[in-house]
Design a protein around this ligand. Sequence first.
Ligand SMILES: Cc1cc2nc3c(=O)[nH]c(=O)nc-3n(C[C@H](O)[C@H](O)[C@H](O)COP(=O)(O)OP(=O)(O)OC[C@H]3O[C@@H](n4cnc5c(N)ncnc54)[C@H](O)[C@@H]3O)c2cc1C
Length: 317
Amino acid sequence: MELEETVRNFLQNQDKKFSSEACVQFNEKMSRHTTFKTGGIAKVYACPQTENALTSILKFAADNKIRTFVTGGGSNIVFCDEDFNGIVINTLSMNSIRITEEEKDGFILVSTQSGAMTSAFVNWCTKNSISGMQEFAGLPGSIGGAVYMNARCFNKEISNVFYSARILKKDFTIEEIYFNSNQWEYKKSPFTDREDIILEVTFRLEKNSKTEKELAEECRHFVEERRSRGHFNFPSAGSVFKNNHEFGKPSGAIIDQCGLKGLTNGGAKVADFHGNIIINTGNATSSQIAELVRTVHDKVLEKTGFSLEPEIIFIQP
Ligand SMILES: Cc1cc2nc3c(=O)[nH]c(=O)nc-3n(C[C@H](O)[C@H](O)[C@H](O)COP(=O)(O)OP(=O)(O)OC[C@H]3O[C@@H](n4cnc5c(N)ncnc54)[C@H](O)[C@@H]3O)c2cc1C
């Protein structure tokens, strides 16, 4: 049976409440849901509004051996141009925020569902005079995506403020994972490359150490800093390669020194303003981006002996 038919049959056998909570669409263009604005069609695209709906979709997919992929803001992925014959599950509709504990060892614990946009969470903290997240103002994408890859902004990492996460494991059990410094590295968290779904994240933050006005000013500064670096001028996924201290310089500087700024492949281009950002100049495909990433990698390797490691994630058909 075709995937669409299988999913439609499944939905027909559920109650109305489930259908409205599961928000399933068919043949959805992924270019609408990635910051690169590229990618083919997801045969099934679900935006569950509740954790129950999310779990039911995942169970149905597992029972029927249907492939799934979870996305938040789509700001760190290159989605294949070909059809994705599975279910893309988007978390953005699960985004509520709450204070979990007003006072815990001098900190305040704030929990957010993983689908909250990071910028929305930072705004919420600012409005409540809660500090610790300012550096993440202007970071595209969701909290789930930021935690998944231990996002790092202006020398601050998610691991610096992470307290715990409630996750849905592959066997459909739920577990709370607490911070353990051994499990976090530069651009790596205990959730990276695993199939667990991050449902809710709790951060350890400070209450009333700064006023709302001071926090808003700091956030504005960080967003402005990004804007002045050209981050928002073209569709992209931010940094293409991770930095590696052993190489002595940031990846962008190495790429620049190799004379690769401005290199193009179809509509994909190494940004003139930053060696480590590839932009979609208008009509790029994901394949062109992937080829350009490979070319940059190979040329840098040839000229310097350094093998740059991609940070962006390629979703295969
Ligand atoms: C202009 C621009 C600037 C950027 N600047 C920075 C920067 O300064 N620092 C930085 O670190 N990154 C940066 N990025 C990259 C990106 O924004 C971050 O990595 C972001 O946190 C990714 O979140 P997302 O929701 O978009 O993840 P997605 O791209 O949707 O997904 C990324 C990965 O996370 C997984 N994932 C997402 N949600 C969940 C979940 N709930 N449970 C389990 N897995 C999940 C996905 O399966 C995927 O593997 C930038 C990107 C852009 C476009």
